[in-house]
Design a protein around this ligand. Structure first.
Ligand code: SF4
Length: 478
């Protein structure tokens, strides 16, 4: 498909919106006048949106107004809705943080006008608006606890026991000898980076609120390596102000009693044990090397060892899953009674296994994923409330990922990170440090090298990049 952009500057926004309707379509953006077109969005003295396919030719026009971008968005929504029969529940909203937009809009125009804006201008459904509002109300209370000097720490372990077919993260499977052999050197450099980042944190005078060790699958590390990483945090950061310390244990096939004891005998107070699904055939179809029974066994073991804040991730729309299969997964997760349940929607990126083999599955599973979320939200509402949310590109039905929590167990790191409340200092391959000005909205990112081998070979360069942290705080001082 060609997206012709003539005489206006909204090509990026229009392309993003068209991608919601046709996520696997190759879109070529042409920013110049041209007569040969399949799809045309144009502004001259009026807005013109034309969609022209072999079997579908429609044109909508409207006079230029103050908000041409929004007007064009609604016209694209209407035409592509008619063409595809799909009307996204998030309307023309393409951003990844609906609740952040809601909070920021409310600050300017108040609650009532924000609702009108979401529903009438952005065409967000009642159901999704109410979800965003509930999330925003919960987030605001936690956001209010972040102070100008606050920061959080993220540590990345980009290694996994094997590769899940839906995953597009940069994470190395340790099935591969080359990747496995990098682990000792990786951990040793990570220990060094954590120590150096701790020195920087002390120098700029920030206060640690939360720690999140994620990946990948951090419990791919041995018990000893895990201890090394956690000790590095303990020894180099002042944990007296830290309110939450999460380790995303993740895959049950990596979790052992020995590793759980390392976590239990440390400042870690929240873990994730992620089933994704409780159907063995679906687990096999997506390349996860564990059974539903393994997840249940590890969850019970973690409880016996005293973990009282556990998250479980599920995914709606997985290949070969069914509505009944998802209901069984959700019901099983609820019956285990974890403090948090995060319900993701399948997103199919090109870098993933299924992005290569079944790129259309997110489109095909859009209705199914929507039914799964409806079921989940209905059931979860009894015991849990939605507390954070984000959207990913190329997700089935353009639907969202939502964290649900029992009262008082919301993961504060997730909110601080998603809503960009304060600086996140990050260590490890693929990690991104996000600097937030203590008294303003300025944000700057420092990227670590993505792949473990680059992280190891480029460590000195990384140290140089991190010098920017002190410069940033000198400019936007506390
Ligand atoms: S465990 Fe998570 S990070 Fe690792 S391959 Fe699977 S989805 Fe990706």
């Amino acid at each position: 498909m060609k997206l012709l952009v003539i005489n206006h500057k909204f090509h990026y926004e229009m392309e993003k919106l068209v991608r919601i309707f046709m996520p696997d379509e190759k879109i070529q953006v042409v920013c110049e006048e041209c007569d040969d077109f399949n799809l045309l969005t144009s502004v001259t003295d009026e807005i013109l949106v034309t969609i022209n396919f072999d079997d579908f030719n429609k044109i909508l026009t409207a006079p230029l107004c103050e908000d041409n971008e929004m007007q064009m968005g609604r016209m694209v929504y209407s035409l592509f809705g008619e063409y595809t029969g799909f009307y996204p529940k998030w309307g023309v909203l393409t951003g990844v943080r609906p609740s952040k937009l809601l909070i920021n809009t409310e600050k300017v125009v108040g609650r009532k006008k924000t609702e009108e804006y979401f529903k009438n201008d952005l065409l967000v459904s009642n159901e999704k608006f109410n979800l965003a509002r509930t999330v925003a109300d919960c987030e605001e209370k936690i956001i209010a606890t972040s102070q100008p000097q606050s920061m959080s720490l993220y540590i990345s372990i980009p290694f996994c026991p094997s590769r899940c077919s839906y995953c597009s993260f940069v994470s190395h499977s340790v099935e591969n000898d080359k990747a496995r052999n990098l682990l000792p050197q990786y951990v040793s450099l990570l220990e060094k980076e954590i120590a150096e980042t701790g020195e920087i944190a002390q120098k700029i005078g920030v206060k640690l609120e939360s720690v999140y060790i994620g990946g990948g699958t951090p419990t791919t590390l041995s018990a000893e390596q895990l201890k090394t990483v956690i000790d590095a945090v303990k020894n180099n950061f002042d944990l007296s102000t830290c309110r939450e310390f999460t380790v995303e244990a993740g895959r049950p096939d990596t979790i052992t009693e020995e590793k759980l004891l390392v976590l239990k005998n440390s400042p870690v107070d929240r873990i994730s044990i992620n089933p994704q699904t409780f159907n063995d055939s679906v687990l096999e179809a997506v390349g996860r090397r564990h059974s539903a029974e393994d997840t249940i066994r590890i969850f019970k073991l973690a409880r016996e060892l005293g973990f009282d804040n556990i998250n479980m991730d599920l995914i709606a729309g997985l290949p070969t899953d069914t509505l009944d299969g998802f209901k069984h997964s959700l019901d099983t997760a609820i019956s285990l009674d974890p403090e948090n349940i995060t319900v993701h929607t399948l997103a199919v990126k090109r870098a993933s296994g299924i992005g290569q083999t079944s790129p259309k599955i997110a489109v095909e599973n859009a209705t199914l994923a929507s039914q799964m979320l409806d079921y989940a939200y209905d059931k979860l509402n009894d015991k849990y409330h939605p507390y954070y949310m984000y959207r990913q590109s190329k997700s089935a039905g353009s639907l969202e990922n939502v964290g649900w929590a029992k009262d008082g167990t919301e993961c504060i790191y997730n909110i601080f990170m998603m809503e960009e409340c304060h600086t996140i200092l990050s260590c490890g391959g693929g990690a991104v440090t996000k600097l937030k000005a203590p008294h303003g909205d300025e944000i700057e990112r420092i990227f670590n090298f993505k792949y473990p081998f680059e992280y190891i070979s480029g460590y000195e360069e990384l140290r140089n990049r991190k010098k920017r942290i002190t410069e940033f705080y000198d400019t936007y001082s506390l």
